[in-house]
Design a protein around this ligand. Structure first.
Ligand SMILES: [Zn+2]
Length: 247
């Protein structure tokens, strides 16, 4: 008997110049898709990050007032490793981000400011596939980002944004969701994987609080495993998979 063929994913579109990644927490992009971001910035594309929170509730042993600024610094260092210098924060509250018009408006404002063709976010579904429950912050921000890609183009949904000088931007062509249990596309991670590991390692305080494992071993093991898993559907090259929502 022959092995069943695993259906292969097509490559992500690459006919774009500007991307904006919108996620809930520092480290979401580093666990989710930093290798793809490295390959895009290598190719001369502009990628910016917007985070809904500073991840201030992410470390049990560190109170939020101290944790927030520290994680912001780690996030900026982490972005720099993969060629991203523009990192913004929306100041929602870590752990209790509310899905709703206020979040959609803040993300729509960011989209109007950056005018991206590609918007990237993290898994907005209830689980990571199977029964591994997702966090409410990821669900809220992922959903609001998918919605805000449309809101950004409508002059009348958040008229206060136009009054602030943020003209509608209807140029988002795709929203790509990293960490989805239902990927539709992939990006070759061969060249970006090592920088993705270094990018995740910039979240050192967070990782040291999370695991007793050596941070290097932890970060490399985890991201290599993700890339190999995605690669099974991408010609056995290390890959980052996305669920792509065209607009
Ligand atoms: Zn997160």
């Amino acid at each position: 008997m022959t092995e069943p063929t695993i259906s292969q994913l097509p490559p992500m579109p690459d006919d774009w110049q500007r991307a904006l990644a919108v996620v809930a927490h520092p480290d979401d992009l580093e666990y989710g898709c930093a290798a793809a971001i490295a390959s895009w910035t290598d190719a001369g594309r502009e990628v910016s990050y917007v985070l809904a929170t500073r991840g201030e509730a992410g470390i049990d042993t560190l109170e939020p007032a101290k944790c927030g600024p520290l994680r912001e610094r780690e996030q900026r260092a982490s972005a720099a490793v993969v060629g991203v210098s523009d990192v913004g924060f929306l100041d929602h509250a870590d752990g209790v981000i509310e899905y709703g018009p206020a979040l959609r408006r803040d993300i729509a404002a960011a989209i109007r400011r950056h005018r991206p063709e590609l918007v990237i976010t993290l898994n907005h579904r209830d689980t990571w596939g199977g029964t591994f429950w997702n966090t409410p912050d990821h669900v809220a921000v992922g959903r609001a980002t998918l919605d805000a890609a449309g809101d950004a183009g409508n002059r009348w949904i958040f008229p206060e944004l136009t009054e602030q000088g943020l003209e509608p931007w209807n140029g988002v062509r795709w929203v790509a969701v990293a960490g989805s249990g239902n990927p539709t596309h992939a990006v070759d991670a061969t060249d970006g994987l090592e920088r993705a590991v270094r990018s995740l390692l910039e979240h050192r305080t967070y990782i040291e609080a999370l695991t007793d494992e050596d941070p290097q071993t932890y970060a490399r093991g985890l991201l290599t495993g993700f890339a190999e898993e995605a690669g099974k559907r991408f010609g056995n090259r290390p890959a980052v998979a996305f669920e792509l929502f065209p607009r």
